[in-house]
Design a protein around this ligand. Structure first.
Ligand SMILES: Cc1cc2nc3c(=O)[nH]c(=O)nc-3n(C[C@H](O)[C@H](O)[C@H](O)COP(=O)(O)OP(=O)(O)OC[C@H]3O[C@@H](n4cnc5c(N)ncnc54)[C@H](O)[C@@H]3O)c2cc1C
Length: 287
């Protein structure tokens, strides 16, 4: 399929891009890696009159150690996250997540900012962002603001971004020594998207759980923190039984989505299975 005709702009600064978004309002769409936007344009599910390609704006593609953690530019590709030595050393959860996104072509072009802004419920990053308590920096015409990941994902394909705001960076904490983290997913056999994906970040003390943060994507209309599991794990010594008992709450209070591949009931079951796997793997890494 060929997309409908559109006007193309390639701004070279964030402010120029925001100016174009303000000028064209609902007629405009931001283009980053294009791996979510272009397919929906080709299917004519989106027909923007104006495309604002931010891919040539310098300064948005770095990964650097910041004051309180690691700062990842919005244009950083999944491949760059997967292979970042800084992230592997300080926040290995994200390279693990990035490494299982789509295929090599998708990872080479797709960006972290584009994935978060698109807010596909089956995308891999959102659960990890929640488990890490990440912060998303949105820049508008007048100022930048920081949005906590827990406030960022609003609904299916809907975020807290305002019109004419761009994600410019994502901030994640450097994980303290001894904190274990893991991401496991059940990929859709055709698309590779997460039917269920679970990110677990665990702090153990004296062999018991001091803190558990568990983010789940793929199950509901948006990624969520499995708070019932986190509470059930609190203070527990971890073994197959205690983790299975806690993981049984993986989809508590969530309206598990159904599609041709998986019923809501199957998705909720998979959530328990994958929460258990993620927690046990994270625990094995918490040394
Ligand atoms: C075959 C295939 C398989 C895939 N498999 C997976 C998978 O397994 N897991 C997974 O997580 N993803 C998967 N994806 C999606 C992929 O990760 C996309 O790259 C990603 O979702 C969007 O990033 P992008 O940079 O390509 O964004 P684009 O497609 O350019 O943009 C996506 C949306 O975000 C907006 N946007 C982009 N950047 C910004 C910004 N900085 N600020 C504000 N708005 C912005 C755009 O306007 C658009 O609405 C797959 C895609 C394909 C084509």
């Amino acid at each position: 399929m060929i997309p409908a005709a559109f006007e193309y702009h390639a701004p070279t600064t964030v402010q120029e891009a925001i100016g174009l978004l303000q000028q064209h309002g609902d007629d405009a769409k931001v283009l980053a890696g294009g791996h979510s936007l272009l397919p929906i344009m080709k299917f004519r599910l989106a027909q923007p009159k104006v495309v604002v390609d931010i891919g040539r704006i310098p300064g948005l593609d770095g990964i650097a150690a910041g004051k309180d953690g690691i700062v990842i530019g919005a244009l950083v590709t999944h491949d760059a996250v997967e292979h970042s030595d800084l992230l592997k050393a300080k926040c290995p959860l994200l390279p693990e997540v990035a490494g299982v996104i789509g295929d090599m072509q998708v990872r080479n072009r797709g960006t972290i900012g584009g994935s978060l802004a698109h807010a596909d419920p089956a995308a891999d990053y959102p659960g990890a962002m929640l488990a890490l308590d990440a912060q998303i920096v949105a820049t508008g015409a007048k100022a930048s603001r920081t949005i906590a990941a827990r406030d960022f994902f609003v609904d299916i394909l809907t975020t807290a971004l305002q019109p004419a705001e761009l994600i410019t960076e994502v901030r994640v904490p450097a994980l303290a020594k001894g904190v274990g983290a893991a991401y496991v997913k059940h990929p859709h056999p055709a698309s590779g998207y997460a039917v269920v994906g679970v990110a677990a970040v665990l702090t153990l003390a004296g062999g018991k759980v001091q803190r558990a943060a568990i983010g789940v994507n793929g199950v509901g209309g948006k990624a969520y923190r499995a708070t019932a599991v986190e509470q059930a794990l609190q203070g527990q010594a971890l073994n197959e039984q205690s983790v299975a008992a806690a993981a049984a709450h993986a989809a508590d209070g969530v309206d598990a989505q159904a599609d041709l591949y998986a019923s809501g009931e199957f998705r909720a079951h998979l959530a328990s299975v994958y929460v258990k796997r993620a927690v046990l793997l994270a625990a094995s890494r918490a040394t």
